[in-house]
Design a protein around this ligand. Structure first.
Ligand code: PAF
Length: 283
């Protein structure tokens, strides 16, 4: 596996592959890789001739009081795992390399509406930071496809919308959430959980599953949301939201909408956990 930090080196390498007609996949990450990331890389390996993984803890998507400095950085262990899976290139840019004029003066990509609700409401600017860095990574690598986890469901929709609106020539693949045996969605931030919090954390997914069951049983959205929120609080989490939305655009569902998603965010000690559960009412 080639490791590259500089943009000109990356461009040289990927344009060489393009000239050979090789199909390239990009897996953008912030590192501290877990089984969810590795599943993306395995899938990329099956779908493309060359696999690029980026590891960049992107300061632009962190708020001033968020965990940018503390975000777990485990580059050497990540690189070993990626090499073992057969990734071809690991791109590890620096903050100055990505934002040479500084973050404040860098051009931004905004997906309005979708970026301001749910997680966007409590993390202003977060999805602008995500869309900007993903747009830049897509332009640098120019992959045929890019892969993201469905755990970050809102992020996936923001990226899909950006790609569609800006006519970026890339296929976006969303892969199912990978979970621990007790249902907790894998996340780099799970390392923040103290043992007692770790024991409570699967309550988030359990509440989502119960909400999904109630919806399938015909319960009203407002009741499902209120019950789910109360269950999270009763389970020792500090819920931020538990919300039922249309899966296609995260709008409020009407009676005619059958493809729904229940999304939740909750705090548990230092960790902010998010998860979601898809509900298809026509099944
Ligand atoms: O999901 C992540 O790890 C990040 O938000 C991403 C997509 C790599 C952009 O920094």
């Amino acid at each position: 596996m080639i490791r590259v930090a500089d943009i000109p080196d990356l461009r040289r390498q990927v344009s060489g592959w393009r000239a050979q007609g090789l199909r390239t996949a990009l897996v953008p990450t912030m590192g501290n890789l877990h089984a969810g990331h590795l599943a993306l890389v395995r899938s990329a390996r099956e779908l493309a001739g060359r696999v690029v993984v980026s590891i960049f803890v992107n300061p632009l998507q962190f708020g001033p009081s968020e965990d940018f400095a503390a975000y777990p950085r485990t580059l050497e262990r990540d690189a070993e795992q990626l090499a073992a899976l057969g990734a071809d290139l690991l791109f590890v840019p620096t903050v100055d390399g990505m934002y040479p004029r500084g973050q404040a003066d860098h051009t931004r990509v905004e997906v309005p509406g979708l970026s301001d609700i749910l997680c966007g409401a409590s993390r202003p600017g977060h999805f602008v930071g995500v869309a900007t860095v993903v747009c830049k990574l897509l332009n640098l690598v120019q992959p045929d496809l890019a892969l993201f986890g469905e755990k970050d469901f809102q992020q996936l929709l923001v990226i899909r919308r950006m790609v569609e609106d800006l006519c970026l020539p890339v296929a976006i693949h969303g892969l199912p959430t990978v979970r621990e045996a007790d249902g907790l969605a894998m996340s780099s931030r799970n390392v923040y959980l103290q043992p007692a919090e770790r024991a409570l954390a699967p309550g988030l997914y359990r509440a989502l599953l119960r909400a999904a069951e109630r919806l399938s049983g015909g319960a009203a959205v407002v009741e499902v949301e209120a019950q789910g929120y109360a269950e999270l609080a009763a389970g020792g989490l500090e819920p931020e939201y538990l919300s039922v939305r249309r899966a296609c655009d995260l709008g409020p569902p009407g009676a005619e909408d059958l493809d729904l998603v229940v999304l939740a965010a909750a705090r548990l000690g230092r960790a902010r956990l998010i998860d979601n559960c898809r509900v298809r009412l026509d099944d």
